[in-house]
Design a protein around this ligand. Structure first.
Ligand code: HEC
Length: 150
């Protein structure tokens, strides 16, 4: 009995392991396929999942809070950032001149570029972030940013 229990568990772990590795509990590949071949950003935003984005926000949380009235950390609080002017998410935060003077608005397009490579959107920004390479993972985070607003 003990043995068969062990083997059942081992088999279950072997079955689950590849999914954990690919993080596909969020149905990433299925959603990506649903967006069609070479999906545009707007096609990706249609299949984006804010709850999956909430989990992926874990890689931002060292520097950012997102709940309303949350503290600024290394980076500014991001509540309601979607639709705001760049460099104006938090009144109290000391933005670089580069970001305060950037002049753009945070929409799906600008956030997508920012989350891929902040320096490319605003040269001289102090957001030290390696970027999210996967386009659907970026879209998930953007959907979450959009949702975390009043
Ligand atoms: C290592 C710290 C760090 C990490 C990790 C980080 N950021 Fe930032 N972020 C910053 C800093 C610092 C700024 C302010 C940059 C400036 O003033 O030039 C910033 C600014 C921003 C802004 C602009 C805010 C505004 O008011 O205009 C957005 C949007 C943003 N970050 C989103 C994210 C998201 C989403 C993630 C995770 C995918 C992330 N950041 C990860 C440090 C970080």
């Amino acid at each position: 009995m003990r043995h068969s229990f062990f083997y059942t568990q081992a088999a279950a772990i072997l079955l689950i392991a590849p999914f954990l590795g690919a993080c596909s509990d969020d149905r990433h590949d299925e959603r990506l396929a649903a967006a069609g071949p070479n999906p545009s950003l707007s096609a990706l935003m249609k299949v984006a999942d804010a709850d999956a984005g909430a989990r992926k926000f874990g890689q931002c949380a060292a520097c950012h809070t997102i709940r309303k009235g949350g503290a600024d950390k290394n980076g500014p609080n991001l509540h309601g950032i979607f639709g705001k002017r760049m460099g104006q998410g938090s009144r109290a935060f000391s933005y670089t001149a580069a970001l305060s003077n950037a002049g753009g608005t945070w929409d799906a397009q600008t956030l997508d570029a920012w989350l891929q490579n902040p320096q490319k959107v605003v040269p001289g920004t102090k957001m030290q972030f390696g970027g999210i390479a996967d386009p659907l993972n970026r879209a998930d985070v953007i959907a979450y940013l959009q949702k975390e607003a009043d």
